[in-house]
Design a protein around this ligand. Structure first.
Ligand code: 3PY
Ligand code: MG
Length: 249
């Protein structure tokens, strides 16, 4: 059996991905064939339905997908994992209590309260025992540090058992610091550095989202290993603008 996404994440493998916001198996197939190591399926800021997410996960084939759930909620976490996500990304985790809840919701007993059903991840009922035996070990729980409150609590958040990685949301972080969109502002960079130090000290991998490769490369060089670069809709928009502008002048 191939190594799980969680195992690859935990050993610090460099995993380059992109954000998928379009509810389309075809878009996922194109992105999965484009050389990315993983895909970040965004059900927080995109109107993805649970059935649509499942079809996107089917289309991804062997490329692992982490689903960003809309919020730290039992039903959303269960649906994403039951659909076959390799992990969940939980937005706005600002306290160790919230991080512990996310872990609890993602794990089967005794570690948590996830329940079983004949879902896709469990072979539609024909792979329950195999899946349940591996799921707690193989499922990644990634929490987002994207608020100045999370920065203040980061030493306690990284100490929560079952948290597999800290994923910085630079845009929300900048917003929480009253510096909207200024992800390169020295105060925002200092906050990211604070999270970076605490996370690396705890032996956990770090994630970062950047719109373009330059900002992502900067943080890759600073030890971030879980990278999401760009968003499908923005890549489409960028190329569409280029083509239209080149012919329209
Ligand atoms: C943010 O920048 O706020 C994000 O959540 C990126 O994923
Ligand atoms: Mg965010």
């Amino acid at each position: 059996m191939s190594e799980s996404f969680r195992a690859r994440l935990r050993k610090g493998e460099s995993l380059v991905g992109t954000i998928v916001a379009i509810e389309s198996p075809e878009v996922v197939e194109v992105l999965a064939a484009s050389g990315f190591d993983w895909l970040f399926i965004d059900a927080e800021h995109s109107p993805l339905s649970p059935a649509g997410v499942q079809r996107m996960l089917i289309a991804a084939g062997a490329v692992p997908c982490a689903v960003r759930v809309p919020c730290n909620d039992e039903a959303f976490i269960k649906q994403a994992l039951d659909a076959g996500a390799a992990g969940i990304i939980v937005p706005q985790v600002n306290t160790p209590e919230a991080a512990a809840l996310a872990v609890h919701r993602a794990k089967y007993p005794p570690a948590g309260l996830r329940g079983v059903g004949p879902s896709r991840a469990l072979g539609y009922g024909y792979g329950i025992a195999d899946y349940v035996a591996r799921a707690n070990e193989d499922t990644a729980v990634i929490v987002q540090a994207e608020h100045i409150d999370a920065v203040a609590a980061i030493d306690d958040i990284v100490a929560v058992p079952g948290v597999d990685a800290i994923f910085i949301g630079p845009f929300d972080l900048s917003l929480s610091m009253n510096l909207p969109g200024q992800v390169d502002h020295p105060a925002v960079v200092a906050a990211i550095e604070r999270v970076r130090e605490a996370t690396l000290r705890a032996g956990l991998p770090l994630g970062y989202f950047g719109v373009g490769p330059e900002s992502v490369r900067h943080w890759m060089m600073r030890g971030f290993s879980l990278l999401a670069c760009g968003v499908d809709l923005m890549m489409l928009g960028a190329r569409a603008r280029e083509v239209a502008a080149s012919l329209r002048g």
